[in-house]
Write a protein that binds this ligand. Structure first.
Ligand code: XMP
Ligand code: MG
Length: 175
């Protein structure tokens, strides 16, 4: 099977949307410090590009939770493989996601972070696939709402490949 990628969101489109999101987040947090939290690895490109556009002081924090493995289907349970090294109690926390699909991963992650009593907890995602949702979770800020297709690039992978593409594309399999 040959893999072909059809561009869905160009690098320029994403860059413009990131700047808009940074402005919206400034309305939310003002000049207060924000602890950005991202789950490895998919959201890494988003956290970096968004952080560069944010005007308030931010810290970058990473967790590792298991999700898709090498397949394109969600397993349904998440497992914390690496936890935050910072205490978020009383802090402004912004979860930065690459994509919300079924929402299972994120729901668990959000519950975990809320249990640590942040001052404020908000969620931003680059992409949202609402057609796929099986649990009740909504992002406070969404870059793009996309149809139910498997996408790669801008941090998103298929079997660890394509994370470095500067755009988001739909992955097609062909004979
Ligand atoms: P759930 O289903 O828990 O899954 O919302 C979220 C995680 O699944 C991965 N995911 C994708 N990865 N292309 C990808 O490369 C996709 O279209 C896709 N949909 C879900 C991703 O890691 C996300 O954080
Ligand atoms: Mg992810």
């Amino acid at each position: 099977m040959k893999e072909r990628i059809e561009v869905l969101l160009s690098a320029e489109q994403i860059d413009r949307r990131m700047a808009e999101l940074a402005d919206e987040l400034y309305q939310e947090f003002g000049d207060e410090q924000v602890e950005l939290v991202c789950a490895l690895k998919g959201a890494v490109v988003t956290i970096v590009d968004l952080a560069k556009k944010m005007k308030m002081p931010v810290t970058m924090n990473f967790m590792s939770v298991s999700s898709y493995g090498n397949s394109t289907e969600s397993s349904g349970n998440i497992n914390i493989k690496m936890d935050l090294d910072a205490d978020i109690t009383g802090k402004n926390v912004l979860i930065v996601e690459d994509i919300i699909d079924t929402g299972r991963t994120l729901k668990k992650l959000k519950e975990l972070l809320i249990s640590r009593n942040p001052k404020k907890l908000k969620l931003v995602t680059l992409l949202d696939k609402p057609d796929r949702r099986v649990v009740d979770i909504k992002a406070d800020y969404t870059g793009f709402t996309i149809p139910d297709a498997f996408v790669v690039g801008y941090g998103l992978d298929y079997a660890q490949k394509y994370r470095n593409l500067p755009y988001v594309g739909v992955l097609h399999f062909e004979e």
